[in-house]
Design a protein around this ligand. Structure first.
Ligand SMILES: [Zn+2]
Length: 380
């Protein structure tokens, strides 16, 4: 999932809430399913009644999913971990937090908050059925939501990463072994096993004529991807461990004058093969120019536009320092969607000096080389 992909619908607890494009389909499908179920259970209701209660139930279901994600988020915020966004999508919700928790107990509490919230909602809707024993509509709605929230709590407790249960499992292994890497690997492996089991079980159901089991296959497939991704992220962490910006930066930082045209800049790029330049004017750094920015300008404007007009101005450049750990730096590059960052030393004193430039490519090259060589002991 990309950061904040989809339609932004609001902000709760300071967290932007997004609807993923798949949400529309799932909302329609769930509403249809619920309405069909109500039709079967309550044949005396009018058509309007089936659909109104169906839509209402469906909306409350998504509110329940949102409540589940907000519970994770509230606990994360309690530990000063920023929650970047919450996205509601095909298989429920996803709260993106800025960093992994730094202690096992934090991960445990953040993870368990979701299933607890769903369990709490399930109990609440059960209470509603007792409060309105004679209302068929409220009864049907509350019964469905009571069951679904209970199912959500139980399903999320399955001990496979990336489900909440997998995180709880990881936190326990992490606490016991003191190794985050080992814990992630174990939880990732059990996530894959659960995913394969769901895919097989679902496929078996579909083959035997139960089309609804296709859901189980889809969810299993989704978990499989997420489990693989989390293990891959772990591998990246390991390859980049101990490295900092100074290790991969290129010390040669090419410059171009601000007054040249984009046409001339394009020629310079073709001639040297360098894709990024710092822009100077009267010996002062005024900005940064690269191929990406150049390509954003229509070709016919290159002849009469200057580099200075098109460049990323100095205030908008993202900087790094020689000692910034590579993993954090890569995350910053990716989340800001930039390809390179100048390395500045002495930024805290009065005389900042550009000592090099780090590019995504240079980080990827290091990762590739290191993974080809296998695990090597770093000098630090
Ligand atoms: Zn959850």
């Amino acid at each position: 999932m990309n950061r904040g992909s989809g339609l932004r619908i609001g902000k709760i607890l300071g967290i932007p809430i997004y609807l993923h494009s798949t949400w529309v389909f799932i909302f329609a499908a769930i509403t249809y399913m619920i309405a069909a179920q109500f039709k079967q259970q309550h044949p005396l209701w009018t058509e309007t009644q089936h659909w109104t209660v169906g839509v209402l139930t469906s909306l409350l279901f998504f509110a329940s999913v949102l409540f589940h994600e907000l519970s994770h988020s509230a606990v994360a915020q309690h530990y000063n971990i920023r929650v970047v966004s919450i996205t509601l999508f095909l298989f429920g919700g996803l709260a993106r937090i800025e960093r992994e928790p730094s202690r096992a107990i934090q991960e445990f509490n953040i993870a368990i908050a979701g299933p607890l919230a769903s369990g709490f909602l399930s109990g609440g809707f059960f209470g509603l059925t007792l409060l309105f024993p004679y209302s068929q509509t409220v009864g049907a709605l509350a019964t469905w939501l009571c069951g679904t929230n209970a199912a959500l709590a139980v399903f999320n407790l399955l001990p496979g990463f990336p489900l909440d249960g997998g995180r709880i499992f990881r936190a326990i292994v992490w606490g016991a072994t003191k190794s985050f890497e080992k814990a992630t690997r174990v939880a990732g492996a059990s996530g894959k096993m659960i995913a394969y089991a769901m895919i097989l079980f679902g496929a078996w159901g579909v083959v035997h004529g139960n089309v609804q089991m296709l859901w189980t296959v889809l969810i299993g497939w989704f978990i499989l991807n997420a489990a693989q991704e989390s293990v891959a992220q772990m591998a990246i962490r390991e390859t980049l461990a101990g490295l900092s910006a100074a290790d991969v930066m290129s010390k040669e930082v090419p410059t171009v004058p601000g007054h040249i045209t984009l046409e001339e800049y394009g020629t310079e790029v073709l001639r040297t093969g360098r894709r990024c330049h710092l822009v100077v004017s009267d010996d002062r750094l005024v900005g940064m120019m690269n191929v990406h920015t150049l390509n954003a300008i229509p070709r016919e404007e290159w002849a009469h536009s200057s580099v200075q007009a098109a460049m990323i101005p100095r205030q908008k450049i993202l900087w790094t320092s020689p000692d910034e750990p590579l993993l954090g730096l890569l995350e910053r590059l990716l989340s800001a969607d930039v390809n390179q960052m100048p390395v500045v030393s002495g930024a805290r004193d009065d005389a900042p000096q550009i000592v090099g430039i780090v590019t995504r490519d240079s980080i990827l090259r290091v990762m590739q080389t290191r993974s080809e060589l296998g695990p090597v002991a770093t000098s630090r």
